[in-house]
Every structure is written in C-alpha cells, then in structure tokens.
Design a protein around this ligand. Structure first.
Ligand code: R5P
Length: 271
C-alpha cells in the first residue's frame, strides 16, 4: 500500500466527483521545439489553466511560463535528451533530479518508456530507478508508453504489453494511447491509465469520441495536448472534454456544449 504522501499527491490530480482527471499536456517542446500554437507557452497555458486538473510539462516551461501562485497539480516531465532531428527518439535519460521535482512541488513525475525501441533497456531501468527515488519522497511516477515516430505501433497488443511492463517496473500511473480493443489494455494494467490525444484529429467530434470511448472502456482520464491547444477554441474543447471525463456526457452532448462555448468565445487567429 502506497504511503499517505504518495496517495495524496495522486488523489490531488483526480476529481473527487468522478475519480478521473483532465490533464493538459504542454511538454512537447522538450523534443519537438516550438510546436504550432505552443510557441508562446505562457500565452497558450494561461486561459486553459483554470480548466485543467493537472498540467504536464517540463521544469523549463514550469519555471518560465506558469505563475508560482497556481494551485493546479504539476506532472513534471523528467526524461529527455533526444529531439526530432535525430532518427532514434528513444535515447532518453532522466534529466531532472527528484530533489528538483520536490522543490517544484510536483504532484507526480513523468517519463517516457520506449518498449521495443533501441533504448528499451535504458528506459525501463530508468523507470525503475525513478520509482525507487519517487517512493523515497512520496512522489508518484507516471510512465508514458512512447512510440517515437512509429505512430502505427499504437495497437492493442503493443500498448497492453507496454502498459503492463510499465506497471511491473513500478509505475503508479500510465499514459498511453487509445486503440481498438482498449478495454484489454485496461484489463491488464492494474494502475490508472490516462490517454494522450496524439496529432490533431480531423474534427472536434473525433476528439470527443476518442475521449468518450477511452473513459467508457476504463481510462481514468486524459492527458491531451495538441487536440486541445491546436484547436481554434481550446477552452471550449477542454470544457467539452471535461463533460465527457467527469460528467458522463456522450460525445454528442459534449459537442453541443463545445459548440455553445464556441459561439461565445473569440476564434484564435489561424496559425
Ligand atoms: C509527448 O510529447 C508527450 O508525452 C505528450 O504530452 C503526449 O503525447 C500528449 O500530448 P498529445 O495529446 O498532443 O499527444
């Protein structure tokens, strides 16, 4: 059984109402550089912060672009060392000490694991060590089942294997992708799963349907980035996603809500 501090940090990210979480992922720059609509991270984050249950990002963007008065729980990315300019994205190390994570009042730390990739071994050993360090000070670890540039890897067999491997190495929370047969991924993963959105989808409906299917099949929430802040109406999108994740809204109901919000909000300039 986890210690009180670790359990409390996990609980702070989950809504007491639904038991789920809507995390906002803004950590993309650590390997992608100034991603579209995240060029000015402070400006992107500010209007979304009040609608997020947790914020997933690096220490650089946290210190530079988030007010220290914010009460939103922080999921601190602590792995890095590779960029999209190189072929192999799996060559990551732990880049932030647990001491710095505690100094930053992180509610959790997060790192990518690269199952089946050239640096699989390093990433799994790094995960185990991070869990050792996190357990010492009561900080939970979220493992991210990264696929690098191989987006086609995101099928049920692969994701079930990667999530289970993450749990076996001690992860307290897993972030993965939604896939056909997702309930089998959930069934084999005895810790909460949150789902990423991946590259921007074709429509608002598709984003809400993805979230709805994931929640229905057992996800404990979402940790989405591009499908929120690359939307022309990011606050409306986040409100629609909250309805799905927390209030059991169908995708159609959430779309109605989103469209109502859109009508009230100014559209972002095309980027
Ligand atoms: C990878 O850069 C990060 O783990 C992202 O936080 C993750 O992929 C979620 O963001 P998105 O919904 O844009 O895929």
């Amino acid at each position: 059984m986890a210690d009180w501090g670790l359990s409390n940090r996990l609980a702070r990210m989950m809504s007491p109402h639904s038991g789920n979480t809507v995390m906002l992922a803004v950590d993309h720059g650590y390997f992608m550089g100034p991603t579209r609509r995240l060029e000015n991270a402070r400006a992107t984050i500010a209007p979304l912060l009040p609608h997020a249950d947790a914020l997933a990002l690096t220490r650089g963007i946290l210190r530079s672009s988030v007010p220290s008065g914010s009460t939103v729980p922080i999921v601190l990315r602590v792995s890095g060392g590779a960029t999209i300019l190189k072929e192999d994205l799996s060559d990551e190390a732990i880049t932030v000490s647990m001491r710095d994570a505690v100094r930053l009042n992180a509610s959790a730390v997060a790192m990518s694991i690269f199952v089946g990739a050239p640096h699989e071994h390093d990433s799994l050993v790094n995960l185990s060590k991070l869990v050792n360090d996190g357990e010492e000070v009561g900080v939970p670890v979220m493992a991210i089942t990264a696929v690098g540039k191989e987006l086609e890897k995101r099928d049920q067999r692969y994701l079930a294997l990667a999530c289970r491997v993450a749990v076996e190495h001690g992860a307290h929370l897993v972030k993965t992708y939604y896939c056909d047969g997702f309930e089998k991924v959930v069934e084999a993963c005895p810790v909460p799963i949150v789902v990423a959105g991946g590259p921007k989808l074709d429509s608002d409906r598709a984003v809400l349907e993805l979230a709805h299917a994931a929640i229905k099949q057992g996800a404990h929430g979402i940790d989405m980035g591009r499908n929120v802040w690359q939307s022309d109406h990011p606050v409306a999108m986040l409100k629609g996603l909250r309805a799905v994740v927390h209030d059991k809204a169908t995708a159609a109901e959430a779309l109605d809500l989103l469209n109502g919000e859109k009508a009230r909000a100014p559209t972002l300039a095309p980027a």
